[in-house]
Design a binder for this molecule. Sequence first.
Ligand code: NDP
Length: 255
Amino acid sequence: MGTSLFDLAGQVAVVTGSSRGIGLAAARALAGQGATVVLNGRRPEAVLPVRDALRADGLAVDVACFDVNDVPAATAALDELQARHGRIDIFFANAGINHRAPLLEFEQPVFEQVLFTNLTAQWAIARHAARHMVARGHGRILFTGSVTALRGRRNVTAYTAAKGALHALVRQWSAELADRGVTVNALAPGYIRTELTQALQDDAEFDAWLRAATPAGRWGTPQDLAAAVVFISSREAGFMTGQVLTVDGGLTAAL
Ligand code: NDP
């Protein structure tokens, strides 16, 4: 009997922003493949019940609560995880925020905050994870990009700037890290039913537009991204780096 594909037994995966939404679905999927998964969010009261639910399902789960905007706290948490588990194999830089406002009214301080959370903090924390990976000669770094960086949409100027930069960064990081055993890729999800998109889900006009524009004819779910996260995180995907993988029901492929 051969070994199964995408087996993550013995590996440690850190997923930021995994108390709900895309991060939670990714964490559950990675743990389901045998990884020990470290959950993250800002609030222990949100993260700890999720940890307990996953443990009740027999999954190996640890917790590291930090705000990604506090980069020193986040990098210290990664050092603690490295010391506790002896390895960080997979780092999914997934925590993110959005602020919707028309371009001509978008406040610069808000632009800078969204850019910091979605880009600068991701860059700094994932880079720290990469240091631990390079030291062991193996790692998988995954950012959450967005289809908003692939097509122009209204009201998301800061979010788009940050996600577009992440798409560019994976190419640049791959050039520096591929020969160190570390792959760097991004997911570009389409519109996914989570708290982040609640206002859009409640907007009947947007809902109708999305269903019509998406060949699959529906919103995505966090679970729709889980298989892509497992694949990119696997040892078998070691020759894939510097890529942005779009998972959007065909939205950006359609005319
Ligand atoms: P949710 O709002 O459902 O979840 C966001 C998660 O991130 C929560 O666990 C939240 O926990 C955590 N989080 C938010 N801010 C911080 C912070 N400063 N520090 C640490 N954790 C934080 O969002 P989604 O699951 O939809 O989004 C996840 C990622 O996917 C984001 O990067 C988003 O931009 C991206 N994305 C989402 C799409 C969608 O349609 N939903 C489409 C394309 C990309 P808590 O608030 O408790 O801290």
